[in-house]
Design a binder for this molecule. Structure first.
Ligand code: GTP
Length: 264
């Protein structure tokens, strides 16, 4: 399909955007903002909530895991704590994901984008069989990509930044899907420091020179290793709260879709 405009990713096949990120990075806020933005562009998305433990959703979901799986009941029934309850709820939901796929297929012509919000704790999705099943089901039928949401304001320390990037890298290798890093909360701090760290090894080394721990030595070596990861990485600064950076976000999505279509 032609990708002439920002929103012209794929006319017949919706693009699935899996939103992942550490707890509190702003996944839900970003999905809410993207949903509102797409509505304003007359391109309402199909929205799926995969977080069984979310209290209140700030956006209307077309499919909500909480309608089919009650995570507090699952905890009681299987004698689990909160984390076990969330993992088991997602497992139960994954066994019926073929039905979700049918819903998405039916909506093919109506929605250009499918937005998928994932559980608060990232590893529930990225290191579980159910997360893999869901990712593979989506990616085998539709152009799909991962948006890794990062809390920019909590990544200003170079060692913390590096840990976050290593995590992002591990998810890239795990999902093997086109990958965008959304540096969120740019209303608190601009993400340019992080972009500079990724583009200029020496600037990152300078920032590290303040650190003298073992971690900083390791980080020095790691930043060389990550150079390759950075060079092909799509990065965009956004503020889910203020709604900035969304045009550029969808430009990056278009590029990621082109990549998907070349490789899958
Ligand atoms: P869980 O799934 O609950 O772990 O979190 P999440 O990743 O979905 O994050 P959520 O959207 O709940 O946001 C976490 C906190 O960050 C909330 O207090 C949000 O208001 C705040 N937040 C999210 N996006 C932004 C942003 O762009 N700027 C600022 N300043 N705060 C934000």
């Amino acid at each position: 399909p032609g990708t002439g405009g920002k929103m012209a990713a794929a006319q017949s096949s919706p693009v699935c955007i899996l939103v992942l990120g550490m707890a509190g990075s702003g996944k839900t806020a970003l999905v809410q903002r993207l949903t509102a933005y797409l509505h304003s562009k007359n391109s309402p998305p199909y929205v799926i909530n995969l977080d069984p433990a979310v209290h209140e959703l700030p956006f209307p979901a077309n499919i909500d895991i909480r309608d089919t799986v009650k995570y507090k009941e699952v905890m009681k029934q299987y004698g689990l704590g909160p984390n076990g309850g969330i993992v088991t709820s997602l497992n139960l939901f994954a066994t019926r994901f073929d039905q979700v796929m049918k819903f998405i297929e039916k909506r093919q012509s109506a929605s250009q984008y499918v937005l998928i919000d994932t559980p608060g704790q990232i590893e529930v999705f990225t290191w579980s069989a159910s997360g893999t099943i869901i990712t593979e089901a989506l990616a085998s039928s539709f152009p799909s990509l991962v948006v890794y949401v990062m809390d920019t304001s909590r990544s200003t320390n170079p060692v913390t930044f590096m840990s976050n990037m290593l995590y992002a890298c591990s998810i890239l290798y795990k999902t093997k899907l086109p990958f965008i890093v959304a540096m969120n909360k740019t209303d608190i701090i601009d993400h340019s420091f992080a972009v500079e760290w990724m583009q200029d090894f020496e600037v990152f080394q300078d920032a590290l020179s303040q650190e003298t721990s073992y971690a900083s030595n390791l980080t020095r070596s790691m930043s060389l290793v990550l150079d390759e990861f950075y060079s092909s990485l799509k990065v965009v600064g956004v503020s889910a709260v203020q709604g900035t950076g969304l045009e550029e976000f969808f430009e990056q999505v278009s590029k990621a879709v082109d990549e998907y279509e070349r490789e899958y």
